[in-house]
Design a protein around this ligand. Structure first.
Ligand code: FES
Ligand SMILES: [Fe+2]
Length: 338
């Protein structure tokens, strides 16, 4: 398998209106997105076949994309249907721009760059649209690669250093965790996690009972963190890290949660807190990449880093063109202090 075989978010649905064209970069590929007359999204290489002007600088007329340079016009299949300089009696040219598969799901527009592995589907965002739940959606650009971003999103030991007070205070508390490497994913189930959430805890876990906490990573770019706090309260943070280039990652984060009567009321507060936490991660991850650019990424590990080394082992399979879904399963129990 290759990175290009997977589905990546290209935009949120609301970002692409009718008669609008937007540009995106995924794995260094430039893509123009527009909606045809029925509203269906077309993703086309952002380069005109004629003299390579960027199509995303053009305009959409009646669901067709017109190049800004000499007006060549493309339909929803990427076919050139009009070359203005050929006049009114032109015959279809047979020229066709490169297009990509698109699926619109859960208010995200997904694009797949390669046609291999057609059985793969976009990830389903947990509890999105489920009764009692609300979703807050954030987008943030990190100057780092997908693997380092994804590792950060399921990393506990950094939280007391990068997010003291807001998220987690150091308490010298012993955590237990079962780590499993399964088909194309790593799952971590934590034990003994109690009221260790900084001042955010009164909202998240005012009862102070043990927290049900699992973190999962799904190849090649998704993390999903679930917290369950006494009763029905459920908080999920799912992040899809989109490789804009080798060194830039656009992260779409869904905060989906059910807090009973507080669910709707708390939205502004949860959004501000989450963005504040993400800003702290952006700062440290951008700095990490700066150092990697200078000295490379030879990492040293502690036992708590098994999660990351197993994530890296799955990513290495993809980099080597192999199938990450058939790696041998593994399981280990670890302890660490936070
Ligand atoms: S470059 Fe697009 S029409 Fe000429
Ligand atoms: Fe963090």
């Amino acid at each position: 398998m290759k990175k290009e075989d997977f589905w990546y978010i290209a935009a949120e649905s609301h970002e692409l209106g009718q008669n609008q064209v937007i540009s995106r970069s995924i794995l260094n590929e430039w893509i123009a997105l527009f909606r045809c007359e029925t509203g269906k999204v077309t993703a086309v290489q952002d380069r005109c076949l004629h003299r390579t002007a960027q199509l995303s600088n053009g305009q959409v007329l009646n669901g067709k994309l017109q190049c800004p340079y000499h007006g060549w016009t493309y339909d929803e299949a990427g076919k050139v249907i009009n070359i203005p300089s050929m006049g009114p009696n032109q015959r279809p040219s047979g020229k066709c721009a490169k297009t990509y598969q698109v699926i619109e799901q859960e208010n995200y527009i997904y694009v797949k760059l390669n046609s291999e592995f057609p059985e793969l589907r976009p990830f389903s965002m947990p509890s999105f649209g489920e009764s009692g739940y609300t979703t807050i959606r954030l987008q943030n650009l990190f100057h780092n690669n997908v693997t380092n971003c994804a590792e950060n999103f399921v990393d506990i030991p950094h939280t007391t250093f990068v997010h003291p007070k807001i998220f987690r205070d150091a308490k010298n508390e012993k955590f237990g965790a079962r780590i499993e490497r399964l088909e194309g994913r790593v799952k971590v189930t934590y034990k003994n996690e109690k009221k260790n959430f900084g001042w955010f805890s009164w909202f998240l876990n005012s009862s102070g009972k043990e927290i049900g906490h699992t973190d999962e990573f799904f190849v090649p770019n998704i993390t999903s963190v679930h917290y369950r706090f006494g009763g029905k309260n459920h908080f999920i943070i799912t992040s899809q890290s989109i490789p804009v280039s080798d060194k830039e990652t656009l992260v779409y984060t869904d905060l989906t949660y059910n807090y009973g009567i507080w669910t709707k009321l708390s939205r502004p507060f949860v959004k501000i807190q989450a963005q504040a936490i993400i800003n702290q991660d952006i700062k440290i991850l951008n700095n990490q990449m700066k150092t990697i650019n200078k000295y490379g990424s030879q990492f040293q590990n502690s036992p708590a880093d098994i999660i990351h080394t197993w994530i890296e082992s799955l990513q290495d399979e993809i980099s080597g063109g192999r199938d990450p879904y058939i790696m041998p399963k593994k399981e280990v129990e670890i302890e660490f202090w936070v």
